[in-house]
Design a protein around this ligand. Structure first.
Ligand SMILES: [Mg+2]
Length: 284
């Protein structure tokens, strides 16, 4: 563990021993693009070995839980589909809960369609029939698809987005995210996005807490983004740990209005911090 991590740990009054549930971000925390971040897979396996509950909470809306589970499996990490909560999953559940009988049109990759189908939602047969346009990341976007989404909104469809992130860490560095797809539709139709589901929304926090079946006070959010992960955790009354393997730098964390309880070099630090907490408790 780094010297910095030890310093951070000493200055906080919180110990990890009271934490039963770990809500873990994926992009920039567990993996970057197709590659796992060093030590992340082992750290998660160790948490599971200790009997801790885990949930994986990602703003990715263009993949399904099955696709995500397969990706994690290929990295040597076996998790249950039920432990995975993507913004596509939570968006589909939101529409099922509040707009069950509406017809949906999508601007996004196939994973979103899988999650909408899993939630039992009806897809509109043409853009003009849609009640909602769901926007997510679309990595093979064509003009035709963009224009169909435009037609849906022109004909009265309301806009919901899985998330509104500007960029995500891709294989070739930062890549354009859902904000780019939203921008095209909003700019061309003059209509605004009515609902954004992704982190830091309370909807995402609640979904994760439901999966864990624990109160916020027993949960820790671990992620690389101050604006999505740390803010979500703070607003929901959970502990938070920022990892420096993704979007945020240590200096940004110091200056942020969302102060994490811990700052770790990587997710691997969680197991050392947990062991330290257990020793501290035992010594009392
Ligand atoms: Mg992230």
């Amino acid at each position: 563990m780094s010297v910095f991590a030890q310093v951070e740990r000493v200055v906080t009054n919180v110990t990890l021993s009271s934490i039963e549930g770990f809500i873990i971000d994926l992009d920039g925390t567990v993996y970057r693009g197709k590659r796992p971040i060093a030590g992340a897979v082992e750290a998660i396996a160790e948490l599971k070995r200790q009997g801790k509950k885990t949930a994986f909470l990602s703003n990715r809306g263009n993949i399904s839980r099955k696709m995500c589970k397969d990706k994690l499996s290929a990295m040597g990490l076996d998790v249950l589909e039920e432990e995975i909560l993507l913004s596509s999953t939570v968006t589909a559940n939101y529409l099922r809960t509040f707009y069950k009988h509406s017809q949906v049109w999508t601007l996004g990759d196939a994973g979103l369609l899988e999650e909408l189908a899993a939630a039992g939602l009806t897809l509109a047969d043409k853009p003009e029939s849609a009640d909602w346009l769901v926007i997510t990341l679309h990595e093979t976007l064509t003009y035709k698809e963009l224009n169909e989404a435009f037609r849906a909104v022109r004909s009265g469809a309301r806009i919901i987005a899985t998330n509104a992130d500007k960029t995500f860490p891709g294989d070739e560095g930062d890549s354009i995210d859902v904000a780019g797809m939203i921008g095209a539709i909003v700019a061309s139709t003059g209509k605004e996005v009515e609902v954004v589901i992704g982190k830091p929304s309370a909807v995402m926090a609640e979904a994760a807490l439901n999966v864990l079946g624990l109160p916020p006070s027993s949960c820790l959010v671990i992620g690389d983004s101050l604006a999505s992960d740390i803010q979500l955790g703070k607003q929901a009354g959970m502990r938070t740990a920022l990892v420096l393997t993704g979007s945020a730098k240590r200096e940004e964390a110091k200056a942020s209005e969302w102060q994490p309880d811990w700052i770790w070099e990587s997710l691997a630090d969680v197991t050392q911090a947990a062991a330290f907490a257990a020793e501290t408790e035992a010594a009392k």
